[in-house]
Design a protein around this ligand. Structure first.
Ligand code: SF4
Length: 396
């Protein structure tokens, strides 16, 4: 018998699946991070067994549709020992539908060695995404990262020589003490290794993080809006000149190197998430696993799906999803799509969007609204404005 969230899903409309696997281990907490992880490597073996068990739970579904993309995210997936990776890949390869076009592993620089790279290549990994964040010692120190600039540079050098044709680095901008020149020089270093893909995220200081506490104690001042904006716009400039396409608010790629897995999220294509705190979406249902590794292990051991929450999506949810997914990408949103989702009242939203065009936050090309880099800096505010406007006109 299917669990209720699968009963509710329209399985008939699914063509392919994405598979996300959350690997919840980190050596220690970075100062800005509020993701779920455990530093207890002693759980890794039990986690792997539980994950294989969770694959069995979803086997009917996983064996029914081609698995187009796989993404191992974390946490620090690369910290998992290679024999455990071997177990996971062996189980995945048993699925007749396991013929992914793209398999990504998120890796931290300290785990990138010629041995780990050649192992992952042999096991069909096609894409490495490395959490570099910065090459500046002071910035890495503020962020509380485990690696230093030397380890980060060594990782890039190994990757460059490894045979991976697609790889990516994550950078962070807007860190206290960091200037836009630092970010530009980080990118120039990566460009000298012919990097095919780059993600750059603006630092947000979440509650319950070390940075938040330090900020409250006045140990540093938050970055000024102007410095933050300057860094982001410099990234656009440098990568634009280097021939990269900006395809999502925080992502740039050379032609043919966009992340296929992330495109699935932004185009709302179905994916199954496995591992503690992983999220899943099938039309039109979403659910999330328990965050706690202990609960995850014990529920799977008792033969229970480790699901903490699920919901069938309402029309309002679907409308909002469109703004927080596709609108963030280079696809933008066309007037026709907006009309399809809102109906006659769409005219009220067009007024708001046209005024954003006037302010330089959006461009209107062939009847489609696209964020500009200036608009991307304000995208959360813009989306909130659209949403609250919509709530008012729809309930009127
Ligand atoms: S390695 Fe990544 S997931 Fe782990 S604590 Fe640092 S930022 Fe968070």
């Amino acid at each position: 018998m299917l669990p209720p969230w699968l009963e509710k899903a329209s399985l008939g409309s699914i063509e392919t699946l994405g598979l996300y696997i959350h690997v919840p281990f980190c050596r220690r907490a970075c100062h800005y991070c509020d993701f779920y992880f455990t530093p207890r490597a002693s759980f890794m073996e039990a986690y792997t067994e539980a994950l294989l068990c969770e694959i069995d739970h979803y086997a009917v579904l996983l064996e029914a549709f081609p698995i187009e993309t796989v993404f191992f995210g974390g946490g620090t997936p690369s910290w998992l020992p290679l024999p455990l990776w071997d177990k996971i890949f062996r189980r995945l390869e048993q699925l007749p539908t396991y013929t992914p076009k793209e398999v990504t592993i998120e890796a931290n620089p300290e785990d990138i060695t010629p041995e780990s790279l050649s192992f992952w290549l042999r096991r069909g990994v096609t894409r490495l995404s490395v959490g570099i964040q910065s090459f500046y010692p002071q910035v890495l120190h503020t962020l509380g990262r485990f690696h230093d600039p030397e380890i980060a540079r060594r990782a890039i050098n190994y990757l460059y020589k490894s045979g991976f044709t697609t790889w990516s680095a994550d950078l962070i901008f807007g860190v206290p003490g960091q200037r836009s020149e630092h970010v530009v020089s980080d990118i120039e270093f990566l460009l000298s290794y012919n990097i095919p893909h780059l993600s750059a995220y603006g630092l947000t200081i979440e509650e319950k993080t070390v940075l938040y506490k330090k900020l409250r104690l006045g140990r540093f001042a938050p970055v000024e809006e102007e410095t933050y904006a300057q860094s982001y716009l410099s990234i656009h400039e440098v990568l634009g000149k280097a021939g990269f396409t900006w395809y999502e608010i925080s992502n740039w790629a050379r032609p043919g190197h966009e992340s296929q897995h992330n495109w699935r999220y932004w185009q709302r294509k179905p994916y199954i998430g496995l591992g503690p705190s992983a999220h899943s979406y099938l039309p039109e249902v979403r659910w999330a696993n328990t965050r706690s590794i202990k609960t995850y292990l014990s529920q799977l051991e008792s033969g229970i799906y480790p699901v903490a929450y699920w919901e069938a999506l309402s029309l309002d949810d679907l409308r909002m999803e469109l703004w927080i997914t596709q609108f963030r990408t280079k696809l933008g949103l066309s007037s026709m799509q907006i009309r399809q989702h809102i109906g006659e009242k769409a005219d009220y939203v067009f007024g708001l969007l046209d005024s954003a065009v006037q302010r330089g936050w959006l461009k209107r090309i062939n009847d489609t609204y696209h964020l500009t880099p200036q608009g991307a800096l304000l995208s959360d505010r813009l989306i909130l404005e659209v949403e609250s406007h919509l709530e008012k006109v729809i309930s009127a």
